[in-house]
Design a protein. Structure first.
Length: 132
């Protein structure tokens, strides 16, 4: 076992404070967060669970849809049977205005947990958007 290099560690530890700055209105934080996430995605190490929620909230707020999708692809690939990680995709696609993508993710979550309340609610809400 060897310690990972600072190049690998730095993006992980920078993500949360930068995302927090973003939530407080720091306009340049979105671009910095995007850069850290892009660096993080280059490595094979698993993304720490503690960083997922804050990172996605920051990327969503900054409307960094491409890197947010890459990030959710990665976390889902790491744990493909995680309903929670699929629900992150539902929220991301809904916020990005991608109704079909959100529905697909909600259906995938329901396939794993047919009684998941958040996925059921998302499908109902997304279906009502179609009817408007």
């Amino acid at each position: 076992w060897t310690l990972p290099s600072m190049e690998r560690i730095a993006p992980v530890y920078a993500i949360m404070p930068v995302a927090s700055l973003m939530m407080q209105g720091d306009e340049g934080a979105g671009d910095r967060l995007e850069g850290y996430v892009r660096r993080l995605l280059k490595f094979d190490e698993p993304i720490p669970a503690i960083a997922i929620d804050t990172t996605l909230k920051g990327l969503t707020r900054a409307e960094k849809w491409s890197v947010a999708r890459q990030f959710t692809d990665r976390i889902i690939d790491e744990e493909p049977t995680s309903v929670q990680r699929l629900l992150y995709r539902v929220r991301l696609e809904r916020d990005a205005g991608n109704r079909p993508g959100a529905l697909d993710a909600a259906r995938a979550a329901l396939a794993l947990d047919p009684e998941n309340e958040e996925a059921l609610k998302a499908i109902d809400e997304l279906a009502s958007l179609k009817d408007r």
